[in-house]
Design a protein around this ligand. Structure first.
Ligand code: C2E
Ligand code: CA
Ligand code: CA
Ligand code: CA
Length: 275
């Protein structure tokens, strides 16, 4: 038993070093990728399941290092802790702005959601970055929707709220991402300027086992607060069917479309005769 314990400790140390060195290497590589503007944006459609129409897009960052895609959860976290998320976010705004300007020639109402991190509120003049983007690409504020996760709001509401309110005054809309995972009270939600709740995938999955309780409650909360609802991570026809029955028709997930590069999105929009 003693020997095994010792071996386990050694194994743990080696793995831990691997993790630290992977992170350090990725941080260096990410710095270079940002300098070279090598990150890409993929777009996932949000669909009105009642008629198959397109409601909007979510912009999701993609980073290919050599031939490997690094998972966004991993490189976004590295960008956040190493102070690079503001630069990453500015590149996201610029790419999304350019894409929207082009897409809106054929789809004049098309809008796109962008994910925001806490550090972007701290490190830069976020309001100015966002306004610069829509000015540069001649977009109305309604073309860009901003996503904040529920856990971020729960931890840092007072820090974020003034900037949020300023952006709302300019006409930008906020979506509460991963809703249901972050313990917001109804009272608190009522006082925050969110336009839409995004129902986390973890509440959509139980629909397949005929367990509706959580989604039903979340939809009730959304209706009570007068907010739009988008269900995320919807993969099956059963899930779509049950969400429609329960009163949620805005759907994002592999069932309708996966995130895709801009060129693929253009072909997808044309193939699906949208809008
Ligand atoms: P998120 O904002 O919750 O984005 C939704 C995630 O669900 C995406 O993962 C998307 O690819 C995935 N997804 C969509 N439909 C389905 C489905 O039907 N089934 C399943 N299993 N998954 C689905 P992705 O692209 O790996 O991004 C992970 C997270 O990284 C995002 O979660 C977001 O928090 C963060 N992220 C991505 N791009 C950015 C960015 O530009 N800025 C910031 N701050 N965060 C970003
Ligand atoms: Ca999101
Ligand atoms: Ca989400
Ligand atoms: Ca998430």
């Amino acid at each position: 038993a003693k020997r095994r314990g010792k071996n386990q400790a050694v194994v743990f140390k080696i793995n831990f070093l691997d993790i630290v060195s992977r992170r350090m290497q990725l941080e260096q590589a990410l710095r270079e990728a940002l300098n070279e503007q090598e990150l890409d944006i993929w777009y996932q459609p949000i669909i009105d399941a009642r008629n198959g129409g397109i409601i909007g897009l979510e912009a999701l960052s993609r980073w290919k290092l050599c031939s490997e895609f690094i998972p966004p959860d991993e490189f976004i976290s590295i960008a956040e802790t190493s102070g690079m998320i503001t630069k990453l976010g500015q590149q996201v705004f610029d790419k999304v702005g350019a894409a929207l300007q082009e897409l809106r020639i054929d789809y004049p109402e098309l809008q796109c959601n962008v994910n925001l991190s806490l550090r972007q509120f701290r490190d830069s003049d976020l309001t100015q970055d966002i306004i610069d983007c829509i000015d540069k690409y001649h977009l109305p504020p309604s073309a860009l929707h901003l996503e904040l996760t529920e856990s971020l709001i729960a931890d840092s509401e007072t820090e974020i709220l003034p900037t949020m309110q300023r952006l709302v005054e300019h006409g930008f809309k906020f979506h509460l991402d991963d809703f249901g995972t972050g313990y917001s009270s109804l009272e608190r939600l009522k006082n925050l300027p969110f336009d839409t709740l995004k129902i986390d995938r973890s509440f959509v999955v139980p629909l397949g086992q005929d367990d509706h309780v959580m989604v039903k409650n979340i939809i009730n909360i959304g209706n009570e607060l007068g907010m739009n609802l988008i269900a995320e991570g919807v993969e099956t026809e059963i899930e779509v069917h049950k969400l429609l029955q329960l009163g949620c028709h805005q759907i994002q997930g592999y069932y309708f479309a996966r995130p895709m590069p801009l060129d693929t999105l253009k072909a997808w929009l044309a193939d699906n005769n949208l809008p």
